[in-house]
Design a protein around this ligand. Sequence first.
Ligand code: CUA
Length: 450
Amino acid sequence: MPFAVVLILLVVGSILFHFLSPWTFTELASNWGMVDLTVDITLYVTGFVFVVVNLFMAYCVIRFRHKKDARAAYEPENKKLEYWLTGITAVGVALMLTPGLFVWAKFVDVPEDAHVVEAIGQQWHWTYRYPGVDGKLGEVDAERISADNPFGIDPEDPHGQDDVIVYNPEAHIPVDRPVKFLLRSKDVLHNFTVAQFRVKMDLVPGMNTFMWLTPTVPGRFEVLCEELCGIGHFAMRGAVVVDEAADFDRWLAQQTTFSEQSARAAGNATIGAAQYAVCAACHGSQGEGNAALNAPKLAGQPAWYLKRQVMSYKTGLRGVGPGDTYGQQMVGMVATLPDEASVDNVVAHIQTLPDNATVTTIDGDIARGQKLYTVCAYCHGGDGMGRQALNAPRLSGSSDWYLARQLRHFKEGVRGAHPKDYYGYQMGLLSQTLQDEQAVDDIVAYINTL
Ligand code: CUA
């Protein structure tokens, strides 16, 4: 008897949970209402079977429970009952499978007027490419991928010259226009998912896959990778911003094309030396850093990282978090660099400064730090030299007090708080793997040995 009561409570509880639970689908923001319908039908079919089977079981437990002197009747065959059961099961299975076939037929039939966006996945970030005015994407080849050509675009292919390249995890698309996402992976399996769009697709190395949708709601939607792709999988986030047509056109016009990027002049270290005078007041004339002024060492840090940080300060992505007083100081200082070219110049000058050893100021358990560092090594490298392809700066040879403070700031959300600071946000997520305060010192103490 208690077993029957448990079964009935399970059924009632499940139904109540389904209707009262706060966890529902995100609001639909694309044309794929069919997917929701398919999921609903499956849920109702399986839900109906779940309720009927469990209540029938409870009924049997009560009705045929042990009674003294009662004997069970043996009935191994019942043709009529079997016909009914087979028939009902067949209808249920057909109900669940058929809608999916219709959805899939539509999913592989991309509208002819769909515009194309290429989403490229790699451990652990997203980048995007749009065809230029010629409407065609240039040829790409994995062997051409380099620091200067992260998309591997063939420089000989005229279609590639006007390709718009977006080297950050945020794509824009216009509302109410079908868009075909071409999907390409540089390394392992990934999966491009925006929950509100309902459709998703794997990225397979060596293959081009695709999916399409018509966004129906303007707004900013989070991109998730839904294929386990390594230690940073959970932090492989991005965004798709659905714009009104005019906003989209304006945004697209501001982006860099492949030919513009190839033609960009390298920074001029001689001009940069004069502009560096402002930085030298805190960071030192040799870029050696000054702990008393909270200015970290700059010498030895790669150009791409220095530039991204200065640009992040300039564009309000960094130095805006609550309690980031030193970051706020930097926001004021970078204002003395009027444009991107002057940032390139200063960075070029910093590249000429000698990479002298820093003074060790942090003590910790080096052996424990080494164990904890294995997570960092995936991106920053076992030698702590950093990896541009993974957007990971150099750690070895840096001001150790600065590393420790930044790790704490990432953990506390002081740094990486801006929704568009994707790499800061990523570090925020990964820094949560450090469980205690001592772990920060231990890791930095280990980095000091690299
Ligand atoms: Cu990429 Cu998970």
